[in-house]
Design a binder for this molecule. Structure first.
Ligand code: COA
Ligand code: AMP
Length: 634
């Protein structure tokens, strides 16, 4: 039953030029490309060199020309503000071309960066598409990040303009965004001359005269602007993601390869074509939001649902199911953690009673490992195929998946299925040698990566090569460990680096440690991701104190938790920290985070041969037990 999938995969690997040239026909090109795969500067591969197109034209204008102007392009559903409305392709074009016109009047040009720090509202999608229309490079920053994280990204991207809103709405209430933006601009070395601020009805932002402009007033007098012709290899966006250090990585996505790969994935993986309704319940601040709330569905002329709310509590665990029914969603994408939250609040699926899910074809899960219990619960309650698939910010679209549109394969719980066409995925040992079936190793992808994947890191080709290409020359290092069974099904088990995954959000333990060490009482810190029933992982902090700390434990922990929230943001979900006299390290001074994680999760482990002081593990175990982890004895 896997034959058709494997045949497509084989074609894509053996003849990528023919495979992707065929896929590229689904788009409108302003200038045909000279080559499909350009390997002149390998390992810096490029796709569709010489070609020109505009991503916004392909996602908006051309659907109107094809008669879809009155179809809903974007369905906004916001239980947190009790609002919902649809935006047709005609209306979307009007909004986007006017916003682009305003930005152009302020001097934003092809190649300029624009930072977007906004909540889940339609204007955020307009902002991204307006940048694409001008050939400007957007960099969306997730709203749950603190001012400091925003400042770091502003300094790296050096935007000409920033687009933001007065507030986001969380279940806890209105979250003002503008003070965070002001603080970020105070901290950043790079300064912008213009910020466009959308005032939401829930909160009026204070505008700084000379710099901040009210969105509605700006739009009132703005001219419409046509699409710029953009090189396929020009960047469409930069999206920052966590690496192993505190400095985030600016993943660069091009225009041509991105549009081709996403369009291909909509039909082949998600079974979505023009006129269908697709919903990815994520946030535009993450890659899922870029690829599958905004670009993917619009590139193929589908309707996309933009949801401002949570799986539970807005107002109840039936929200997802009611929206799917009301808007006739055909394919639905969410994170396993969202399903776990629903399962926790509605274990028997009572909120599904009387809800008509007849239009729903498939549920897709990604963002973190999907445990078989969660998968089975969703399958049983929804009575629909539930498909785990695996990818990352860097790849921009799925690496391993079940091709539900053209060649579905049987589901194996715990596996995101087979490598997607275009990706030559292998599992290797430390020396780069392929391991046998069912043996765990590092998951790598043989170069070239397919279209739509990262082309480099923003202004940092050296870090790109060092992070991803240097460990195994000729291969891309995914940073994940796992295995492949005899049939080629992949199992992604864990990260090999210090990246953790909290509720589908990717965070760097190195960044947590940097922040903890800013506290005057802290000499040293280690943060690990411990297993959590709801969020997959949660961060646990261990700190070694400087001599003479006069704070009580309670005061100190409160301050440390507040510091992380202030510096990284609420999304860090950092709530547990404990002091230890000493951290477990190797004799060369490397902190043994992997061993600590195993202790926290009650897994068996071998005493590391190079440990400097075995006693430290006992100290850590006591601290982890105090935090509610590590019940078993070392
Ligand atoms: N702007 C401002 N604050 C935000 C935010 C945003 N865009 N997103 C999250 N936050 C805040 C939350 O308000 C919360 O703050 P609090 O500490 O004051 O309560 C904190 O960040 C953590 O939020 P969240 O991750 O949503 O955790 P939660 O405990 O409130 O909810 C879940 C748990 C499982 C319901 C939630 O994590 C969830 O919906 N996860 C799905 C994630 C997802 O779709 N990921 C996509 C990747 S594919
Ligand atoms: P992000 O870049 O934030 O999308 O995070 C990507 C990382 O999340 C991957 O490298 C994996 O570690 C993890 N991940 C995403 N999807 C899956 C999945 N389906 N199964 C296992 N891990 C996943």
């Amino acid at each position: 039953m896997t034959a058709l999938h494997k045949q497509l995969h084989k074609q894509s690997i053996e003849n990528p030029n023919a495979f992707w040239a065929e896929a590229a026909k689904s788009l409108v090109w302003d200038k045909p490309f000279d080559s499909v795969l350009d390997d002149q500067h390998a390992p810096m591969y490029r796709w569709f060199s010489g070609g020109e197109l505009n991503t916004c034209y392909n996602a908006v204008d051309r659907h109107i020309e094809a008669g879809r102007g009155e179809q809903i392009a974007l369905q906004y559903v916001s239980p947190v503000t009790d609002t919902q409305y649809g935006i047709t392709y005609n209306e979307l074009l009007a909004q986007v071309s006017r916003l682009a016109g305003y930005m152009a009047s302020q001097g934003v040009e092809k190649g300029d960066r624009v930072v977007i720090y906004m909540p889940m509202i339609p204007e955020t999608a307009y902002a991204m598409l307006a940048c694409a229309r001008l050939g400007a490079i957007h960099s969306v920053v997730f709203g749950g990040f603190a001012a400091n994280e925003l400042a770091t990204r502003i300094d790296d991207a050096k935007p000409k303009m920033i687009l933001s809103a007065s507030c986001g709405i969380e279940p806890s209430g209105v979250v003002p965004y503008k003070p965070l933006l002001d603080e970020a601009l105070r901290q950043a070395k790079h300064q912008v001359s213009s910020c466009l601020i959308l005032n939401r009805p829930q909160l009026d932002a204070e505008l700084q005269s000379g710099r901040d402009v009210d969105w509605q007033s700006a739009m009132a007098g703005a001219p419409n602007i046509a699409c710029q012709q953009v090189a396929a290899t020009d960047p469409l966006y930069v999206l920052y993601t966590s690496g192993t250090t505190g400095q985030p990585k600016g993943v660069v996505r091009d225009n041509g390869g991105h549009a081709v790969a996403l369009s291909w994935s909509m039909k082949h993986i998600y079974n979505i074509e023009a006129g269908d309704v697709f919903w990815a319940a994520s946030d535009v601040g993450w890659v899922v939001g870029h690829s599958y709330i905004v670009y993917g569905p619009l590139l193929v002329g589908a309707t996309t649902v933009l949801f401002e709310g949570k799986p539970v509590g807005t107002p109840d665990p039936g929200t997802f199911w009611r929206i799917i029914a009301e808007h006739k969603v055909k394919s639905f994408f969410t994170a396993p953690t969202a399903i776990r939250a629903i399962k926790r609040d509605d274990p028997d699926g009572e909120y599904l009673n009387g809800v008509d899910l007849s239009h729903l074809g498939t549920v897709f899960l990604a963002g973190e490992r999907c445990d078989p219990d969660t998968l089975h619960w969703a399958e049983q309650k929804l009575n629909k195929p539930v498909i785990d698939h695996w990818w990352q910010t860097e790849t921009g679209w799925p690496v391993a998946a079940n091709l539900m549109g053209v060649a579905p394969v049987p589901v194996k719980a715990g596996s995101p299925a087979l490598a997607v066409p275009g990706y030559n995925v292998q599992v290797v040992d430390e020396m780069g040698k392929s391991v046998a079936a069912n043996q765990t190793g590092n998951v790598v992808i043989k170069l070239p990566l397919p279209p739509g994947t990262l082309t480099t890191l923003w202004q940092n080709e050296a870090r790109y090569k060092d992070s991803y290409l240097s460990m195994y020359p000729g291969f891309y290092l995914t940073g994940d460990a796992g295995y492949m069974d005899e049939e080629g099904y992949l199992y992604i088990m864990s990260r090999i680096d210090d990246v953790i995954n909290v509720a589908g959000h990717r965070l760097s333990t190195g960044r947590f440690e940097e922040v903890l060490c800013q506290h005057e009482a802290v000499a040293e810190a280690a943060v690990i991701g411990a297993a959590d029933k709801l969020k997959g992982q949660v961060p646990l902090g261990l700190v070694v104190l400087k001599k003479g700390c006069t704070l009580t434990d309670e005061q100190l922990y409160k301050e440390l938790i507040a510091l992380v929230r202030e510096q990284i943001g609420p999304v860090a979900a950092f709530r547990l920290v404990s002091a230890v006299p000493k951290l477990p390290k190797t004799r060369s001074g490397k902190i043994l985070r992997g061993t600590m994680r195993k202790i926290a999760d009650n897994q068996t482990f071998n005493m590391p041969a190079t440990i400097e002081d075995p006693q430290t593990l006992e100290l850590v175990r006591n601290a982890l037990t105090r935090m509610g982890y590590a019940d078993a004895h070392v």
